[in-house]
Design a protein around this ligand. Structure first.
Ligand SMILES: Nc1ncnc2c1ncn2[C@@H]1O[C@H](COP(=O)(O)OP(=O)(O)OP(=O)(O)O)[C@@H](O)[C@H]1O
Length: 250
C-alpha cells in the first residue's frame, strides 16, 4: 500500500450543466475517521462516487491506497454504504443472506460460501449486534436495523476503507450508538472511515477530523475547528447558532 488511504485532488464532476464538485481536494490517512459535512446538494454523495470510481471526473485525480479507484474497488479495498439502498425490500432475503453478499467478491463465480466467509459474516453480525435478527427477512426490519445490516455487509467485505453516506439519518439511538462504535473500532484497527452526517453535535465524539464542503472542501481539520461558527456560516450560508444542526442541514 502506497500513499494515503484516500487522496482526492482537484476533483471536478459535472452532471450536464450542474457542477457537483468544483476542484475538491481531500486527503484522509489510514486509521482515521473523517466526517464530511455540508448542506443538501453540497456534493457529498458525488465525492463518495468519485472515490469509488463510479462517476466520470471532468478534472482532478483520485487515488485509493495509491491505486486507481476502480482497481481499489475491484480489489475489495473500499466498501460503500449509500444513503438509500436500491433494494427490493419485499424480496425474501434474510439479514444473514444480505450480509453474505459482502463476501461475493471473494467467492468466485460459484458463490459458494466457505468457512472463512461464514466466519467473516459471524463477526460482522456480532459487531453490529444483529445476532437475534440474522434469520429475519430484511423487509421486517426498522430503518436503523436495515442500516446496521448494510454496515455489517461492509464489514464482512473486510474492506480497509469504509465510505458511509448519512448512516445516522432516521435511525434509532441504539443503531446510532452501534454504528458509531463500529466505525471507531474500524479506525482503531488501522482501517479508514469517511462518513457524511448532518449530526454536527455527534461529530466530535465520532470523528478524528472533519471536512466542510460546498462543491469543494472549504475547511478540513479537527471537528472543533471545522465547527467554528464562521466556517459553518460560510458553508450553510446562515447563522448556525440560530438553528439546530438538523434545521441548518435540512
Ligand atoms: N445524476 C444526477 N444528475 C444531475 N444532477 C445531479 C445528479 N446527482 C446529483 N446531482 C446534483 O449534483 C449536486 C450535488 O449532489 P450530491 O447528491 O452529490 O450532494 P449531497 O451533498 O450528497 O446532497 P444530499 O445530502 O441531498 O444527498 C446537486 O445539485 C444535485 O442536484
Amino acid at each position: 500500500m502506497n500513499g494515503p488511504a484516500i487522496e482526492a485532488h482537484g476533483v471536478t464532476v459535472r452532471y450536464g450543466e450542474v457542477v457537483a464538485l468544483d476542484c475538491a481536494t481531500l486527503t484522509v490517512e489510514r486509521g482515521r475517521v473523517c466526517g464530511l459535512v455540508g448542506t443538501n446538494g453540497a456534493g457529498k454523495s458525488t465525492l463518495f462516487k468519485a472515490i469509488m470510481g463510479s462517476v466520470k471526473l471532468s478534472g482532478g485525480t483520485v487515488r485509493i491506497d495509491g491505486m486507481d479507484p476502480v482497481r481499489a474497488r475491484r480489489a475489495g479495498e473500499v466498501s460503500y454504504v449509500p444513503q438509500s439502498e436500491d433494494v427490493d425490500w419485499a424480496f425474501p432475503l434474510t439479514v444473514r443472506e444480505v450480509i453474505m453478499t459482502g463476501r461475493y467478491g471473494r467467492m468466485g463465480v460459484t458463490r459458494r460460501a466457505a468457512a472463512a466467509d461464514h466466519a467473516a459474516v459471524d463477526l460482522a453480525i456480532d459487531r453490529t449486534e444483529l445476532g437475534e435478527l440474522q434469520g429475519r427477512q430484511i423487509g421486517e426490519l426498522s430503518g436503523g436495523q436495515r442500516k446496521r445490516v448494510f454496515v455489517a455487509r461492509g464489514l464482512a467485505q473486510e474492506a480497509a476503507i469504509l465510505l458511509l453516506d448519512e448512516p445516522f439519518a432516521g435511525v434509532d439511538k441504539r443503531s446510532e450508538a452501534t454504528i458509531s462504535r463500529v466505525l471507531r473500532e474500524h479506525a482503531s484497527g488501522g482501517g479508514t472511515v469517511l462518513v457524511s452526517t448532518h449530526d454536527l453535535a455527534a461529530l466530535v465524539a465520532l470523528a478524528d477530523e472533519a471536512a466542510l464542503m460546498a462543491r469543494r472542501i472549504l475547511v478540513h481539520g479537527t471537528p472543533e475547528e471545522v465547527l467554528r461558527p464562521e466556517h459553518l456560516t460560510r458553508a450553510f450560508g446562515l447563522d448556525p447558532l440560530a438553528r439546530t444542526a438538523e434545521g441548518v442541514a435540512a
